[in-house]
Ligand binder design. Structure first.
Ligand code: GAR
Length: 202
């Protein structure tokens, strides 16, 4: 039997991407385990999902730490204790410090609801609508010290329709995120992704 591949997932909210990863593991990939979920928000629905699926999860409150670096270092310790192979940001709405990123080189990935490098940061779907693009989408990328700037692993595009609202466009993109994120994790697990400067090849 192949070695267990251990995921750490960082969340802040409802956790539908976390759920997509849970469903993928339960249906198709028993050698992957979500070893720890950390939420910076106490009432994140993602934590309920963990309870339902018997996944170890904790709330860590940034306000109970002296500063951002102390909080990030505490997250690093918890993740190291859980022997994590890959950290997945799934709607984690905080920028990670250099201290965190350097603790897990090439081992942190994020899903973002735009075709990066377009529309990084907050409200990507709103930014896309306001700009007037005809194609939107989602990106899974490695996390570096910038905001949504790390090497791109994979992307999926969706059309933007004239009558789209932020909600309808977000829903169309989200459905693709749920398919794309497990695929990205699978290809990293299979050692199919090589990082070369700011590019990846597979
Ligand atoms: C997702 O659309 C994800 O791409 C986005 O937050 C949402 C989280 O939803 N992330 C970012 O915008 C990060 N820059 P979820 O909690 O249901 O997975």
């Amino acid at each position: 039997m192949s070695k267990e591949f251990r995921l750490g997932v960082l969340v802040s909210g409802r956790g539908t991407n976390l759920q997509a990863i849970i469903d993928w593991i339960e249906k198709e990939t028993p050698n992957v385990k979500i070893a720890l979920v950390i939420s910076n928000k106490e009432n994140a629905h993602a934590l309920e999902r963990c309870k339902r699926h018997g996944i170890q999860s904790i709330h860590m409150d940034p306000k109970s730490f002296e500063n951002k670096i102390a909080f990030d270092k505490a997250m690093v310790s918890r993740l190291k204790e859980s022997s994590i192979d890959l950290i997945c940001l799934a709607g984690f709405m905080r920028i990670l410090s250099a201290e965190f990123i350097h603790a897990f080189p090439k081992k942190i990935i994020n899903v973002h609801p735009s075709l990066l490098p377009a529309f990084p940061g907050l409200d990507a779907q709103k930014q896309a609508l306001e700009y007037g693009v005809k194609l939107a989408g989602c990106t899974v990328h490695f996390v570096d010290e910038g905001v949504d700037t790390g090497p791109i692993i994979c992307q999926t595009s969706v059309p933007v329709f004239d009558d789209d609202t932020e909600e309808t466009l977000s829903d169309r993109i989200l459905a693709e995120e749920h398919k794309l994120y497990p695929k990205a994790i699978q290809s990293i697990m299979n050692n199919q992704i090589i990082i070369c400067g700011r590019k990846t090849t597979s």
